[in-house]
Design a protein around this ligand. Structure first.
Ligand code: SF4
Length: 233
């Protein structure tokens, strides 16, 4: 266990970290439309794992920090298949904070599903099954969690993956623009810029991107437009 994962484990409820069984603590499994990233608009099953070691200022899934229900991994896969859609998104919380998430991702791929993973970017993504599309956040200064960015992840990402910034201010935008250009992120993966609701208007962010001719993809969070922040949608 490296220093980052030690910190993650320490910040999670002890029953999540210590289970000896092939199971995961799950907040919810539901079918909705994928609201973000390359798969936006597809009907998708969401598997939301419980727990997160971060505390972003704009977090809209704080209800997943605690609680949850233990599920055997094979039962999760069966439930996902029973939902009858091709896309599945493993999310959180921070799904990788539960190490057996890697087993779940592999089994979902083996079931022939199109699998994506939404992760904070604070934990190591190198063990994720290569068939999975990894959507990796880079946390901005105004998220309050910039120090948790695991920059060692960046060279591991490919065209199959996506790098996501949620922007809270003009300062965040300028920082993110600097990261894209300094690390040539757009040459590695699709880069997504998203406005933090109530802090940057979609119009402002769109204007900044166009003005700078920045090679990133603007995105709105579809599920928030459709259903606001209602859990399970
Ligand atoms: S990483 Fe995601 S789930 Fe965790 S605090 Fe940040 S926004 Fe919330």
């Amino acid at each position: 266990m490296n220093a980052t994962s030690s910190a993650a484990a320490a910040a999670l409820p002890s029953d999540i970290v210590q289970s000896p069984l092939p199971r995961l603590k799950i907040t919810e499994i539901f079918t909705s439309l994928q609201g973000e990233a390359d798969a936006a608009g597809w009907p998708s099953v969401f598997v939301r794992l419980t727990g997160c070691p971060l505390r972003c200022t704009y977090c809209d899934t704080a209800y997943a920090f605690h609680g949850g229900t233990w599920w055997d991994i094979d039962d999760i896969v069966a439930e996902v298949r029973a939902q009858g859609v091709q896309h599945v998104c493993v999310t959180g919380g921070e799904p990788l904070a539960q190490k057996r998430c890697l087993i779940l991702l592999e089994k979902l791929c083996e079931a022939g599903l199109d699998v994506s993973l939404e992760t904070s970017g604070a934990l190591d993504v190198s063990g994720v099954d290569p068939r999975v599309s990894r959507v990796v956040d880079l946390k901005t200064p105004d998220s309050g969690e910039m120090a948790r960015n695991r920059l060692e992840n960046l060279p591991l990402l490919t065209r199959r993956d996506q790098i996501k910034f949620v922007l809270c201010s003009r300062e965040d935008y300028e920082w993110a623009r600097g990261m894209v250009l300094e690390h040539a992120l757009n040459e590695r993966s699709m880069v997504l810029f998203s406005p933090s609701k109530g802090q940057v208007t979609p119009r402002q962010l769109a204007d900044w991107i166009v003005e700078d001719r920045l090679p990133v993809r603007f995105q709105m969070q579809l599920h928030k437009i459709l259903w606001d922040d209602e859990p399970g949608r």
